[in-house]
Design a protein around this ligand. Structure first.
Ligand SMILES: *Cc1c(COP(=O)(O)O)cnc(C)c1O
Length: 236
């Protein structure tokens, strides 16, 4: 964990600067990039300090943890998103609480999000998670199955697809990871170009602590940064 407020402030400013520089290197500005903090294992007191520094997006990846921290987040000043693997039977616990579910990879999950949203009279924004490294035992839809998934998902009422998300395989170097990021951008632009009804492609969520600058250079519009902001996690 960031051992002091000074560390957190330093890390936050440092990441913001690096995001801005990476954005500028591809003709964008920091405003074009959403900086989301991955807040797993982080105490809400610390999360709220980061929000106090200007952080506007936070993401949890476990339903139980999100619920236990929910009353403590400063959600007047930040948007809460779900970024982890989501089981269908837990959907109803987070619908209405999160602004975006980043990790939808099946029609079944999308339908359940829609069903729970309809019950509350709302519509929920989602991203489709792509298994860009085609790794076994990893969540996300295989790239070649994405058209089929989009075709079914665009018919589902109370959800809005806003873009794509990916967690590439662990790579040896920047060059290697850029191949996956580039691949994602191609898929993203390809779908965007098709202008499918009810499907918008505004958000391309990729890049974490070790590679968010590369991701931005390859077209990410959102990066999800955890340990570079909060310090190394102490896994339970
Ligand atoms: C934890 C997590 C991140 C951030 O990882 P770091 O390497 O700590 O930056 C990003 N995305 C998801 C889905 C995560 O679970």
């Amino acid at each position: 964990m960031a051992s002091s407020f000074n560390d957190l402030e330093y890390n936050y400013q440092h990441i913001c600067e690096r995001i801005a520089r990476a954005a500028e290197s591809v003709g964008k500005t920091a405003d074009d990039i959403t900086f989301l903090a991955a807040t797993k294992t982080v105490d809400p007191v610390i999360i709220n300090r980061a929000i106090g520094l200007g952080l506007r997006y936070i993401g949890e990846n476990r339903v139980q943890e999100l619920l236990s921290k929910y009353d403590q987040y400063d959600l007047d000043h930040a948007s809460l998103q779900f970024i982890g693997h989501l089981q269908t039977n837990k959907v109803r616990q987070i619908v209405g609480k999160v602004d975006l579910i980043q990790s939808v990879d099946s029609v079944k999950l999308a339908k359940e999000i829609s069903r729970c949203s309809e019950k509350q009279g709302i519509s929920t924004d989602i991203l489709l998670e792509v298994n860009i490294g085609r790794e076994e035992n990893k969540s996300g839809v295989m790239p070649e199955l994405l058209p089929e998934l989009l075709d079914e998902i665009r018919e589902i009422p109370a959800i809005r697809v806003r873009g794509l998300m990916a967690i590439p395989p662990i790579c040896e170097n920047a060059q290697e990871i850029c191949k996956f990021f580039d691949n994602m951008r191609h898929i993203f632009l390809d779908i965007k170009g098709k202008k499918i009804d009810n499907i918008s492609m505004d958000v391309l969520s990729m890049g974490m602590s070790d590679d968010y600058e590369e991701a931005i250079k390859c077209g990410a519009t959102m990066v999800r940064v955890g340990s570079a902001l909060f310090g190394k996690r102490n896994y339970l």
